[in-house]
Write a protein that binds this ligand. Structure first.
Ligand code: IPM
Ligand code: MN
Length: 373
């Protein structure tokens, strides 16, 4: 028996989660589902977006299925705490980033492929480094004394006020090597012909060279896989123009964040893009889309990304056949052009599209059992 912890979270995350959950019963899997709280309400009421009981359940589970979580900037987050908790110095950290860093989920796996009718065939995956880079948390107002002269000498700040903020990108050999190795292993296991490292070594020369050297060292161990380094901006352009030229794209945290949204757009939008966060401890799986507060409670969000995310989770838990069934059902419904949500040009509700996907799985299951008999 595998244990999956469901964290529906905020906004449309909870809606797509509930619409897709019957798939577990339908597939009759040896999986038990547990539920817990996470997200914005937890932050507002207790200043802890991930309550202690939720952490405990996370560590006791084989995988976490997450809907979506609202994240806001510093000021908005602090202003939305209940009055009793305000002014006590509580700092909001996105629960997603906290989970990635605390559970050492260093690989954010975001596959994209042609799934819509008439699309040119392509299949690639953005592997985003998930624990360091520009998301390392060294993000502050002001700068240390030793950097002050930098601001004045380079004439960045011609005002003379030295009113600045800084965000630091940290690249460690350990962190870079493990994501690059993961990328080559992923390419090997999943039959991708190439690994592209997307960075900006032409501008971030030191950390760029450092990362490039690590990339080439590891690439040499995989002579059968084409390896290349390109500037992240060029990768963005080519992803739009010729996504079929890519296999695995691996990138630093922030570039990976941006490139994976872009790749989702190429696939057909955030409504259909799944993701997996994998590493040392309990992995979590969630659609690439967010909680979409303006879309919430309208029953309009596309449940496809959630189904495909469940597919990634099933594959990870060793239920490859069932994962394939879920993926086939989503593909069939999207290809049929019928019962689609607004983002795919239809007017179905979340529930209607989810039911259509579930119905396809149920029929396929029926046929399969019929064949066996
Ligand atoms: C994502 C999201 C998060 C990120 C935000 C909500 C913190 O955009 O999972 O891609 O930037 O990583
Ligand atoms: Mn993002």
């Amino acid at each position: 028996m595998k244990k999956v912890l469901v964290l529906p979270g905020d906004g449309v995350g909870a809606e797509v989660c509930h619409a897709a959950l019957p798939v577990f019963t339908l597939l009759n899997l040896p999986i038990t589902l547990e539920f817990a709280q996470i997200g914005w309400q937890c932050w507002q009421q207790s200043a802890q977006p991930i309550p202690a009981q939720t952490w405990e359940k996370i560590t006791q589970s084989d995988a976490v299925l997450l809907g979506a979580i609202t994240s806001k900037g510093k000021q908005d987050a602090e202003a939305e705490l209940t009055p009793a908790l305000q002014g006590q110095g509580h700092k909001y950290v996105s629960p997603l980033i906290e989970m990635r860093q605390k559970l050492e989920l260093f690989a954010n796996v975001r596959p994209v492929y042609s799934i819509k009718p008439g699309q040119r065939p392509f299949r690639c995956v953005v592997l985003r480094e998930n624990t360091e880079g520009l998301y390392c948390g060294l993000d502050r107002r002001g700068i240390p004394e030793e950097y002050r002269s930098w601001v004045t000498h380079t004439n960045i700040d011609r005002s003379g006020h030295q009113d600045v903020a800084m965000s630091v990108r940290i690249v460690t050999r350990f962190g870079m090597a493990r994501i690059i190795r993961y990328a080559f292993e992923y390419a090997k296991t999943n039959n991708y012909p190439s690994v592209t490292y997307a960075d900006k070594p032409n501008v971030l020369r030191e950390s760029g060279q450092f990362a490039s050297d690590i990339f080439w060292e590891i690439a040499a161990e995989y002579p059968d896989i084409h390896a290349e380094i390109h500037n992240a901006d060029a990768v963005a352009l080519w992803l739009v123009q010729r996504p079929e030229r890519f296999g695995v794209i691996v990138a630093e945290n922030m570039y990976g964040d941006i490139l994976s949204d872009l790749a989702a757009g190429v696939m057909g939008g955030l409504g259909i893009a799944p993701s997996a966060n994998i590493g040392a401890e309990t992995p979590y799986f969630e659609p690439v889309h967010g909680s979409a507060p303006r879309m919430a409670n309208r029953g309009k969000a596309n449940p496809a990304a959630m189904f495909l995310t469940i597919g990634l989770m099933l594959e990870h838990l060793g239920f490859g056949n069932e994962a394939e069934k879920v993926k086939r059902a989503v593909t069939w419904v999207i290809q049929s052009g019928d019962t689609l949500t607004y983002d795919l040009g239809g007017n179905a509700t979340t529930q209607q599209m989810a039911d259509k996907i579930l119905e396809y799985i149920q029929n396929a299951e029926g046929n399969e059992q019929g064949n066996v008999l």
